[in-house]
Design a binder for this molecule. Sequence first.
Ligand SMILES: *Cc1c(COP(=O)(O)O)cnc(C)c1O
Length: 228
Amino acid sequence: MDINGNISDIRQRMNQAAGKSGRNPSEIKLLAVSKTMSSDVVRCAYQAGLRAFAENRVQEWQEKVDHLPEDCEWHLVGRLQTNKVKYLDTRITLIHSLDRISLLEALEHHGTQRQMIWPTLVQVNIARDPHKAGVLEEEVEDFLTEVTRCEHVRVHGLMTIGALGASQEETQGYFRQLRLLKERIQVKTIPHVALKELSMGMSHDFEWAIQEGATIIRVGRQIFGERS
Ligand SMILES: *Cc1c(COP(=O)(O)O)cnc(C)c1O
């Protein structure tokens, strides 16, 4: 597996996609989704220059984090169980999957106990896929109103997952919808909420996401190869 080559490939494609839409590639973060990959493999990506990694299982993150340099950023993607929040700490840079009130309450509870503030993104089910997690578009503003009551949670943006098997046109449509939602909310003053980030785009659709305004792309297989 040529991780170095894969990363320079992705960088090039990121630059091209940014160029197409008149964006500066430096405002787009490549987040390496390292779930199921060993610490040794993640270290290869680190040595190739990556610093931001994402895991989807708290226990796996705990097993990996001590084996990697301290200047790594660790993001969480995917459904976060409320009973796992207690294992998280300040080494978590961003939680991409704030998708329900019970999780918001668990974060607030543990944040209060430990005097720490959780940086999050609200996951939006923009494609309205019944099998997917996420707040529905029309519920996002009410959800953010709940966040204003939580002193230990901050929302820095929105996250979504494109629909599986959707065409380029459909996928870009969903990503555009998320950006427009962010722009509508951005102009309002909501305590604890400052929507800057748009986390969207994975291995198969990150270029389309960049064209629609993604600030963070979450790429796994394109960097590390297929997961076993
Ligand atoms: C696994 C995962 C990714 C990465 O997917 P790839 O297809 O491997 O790029 C991105 N986002 C989320 C939420 C994931 O669970």
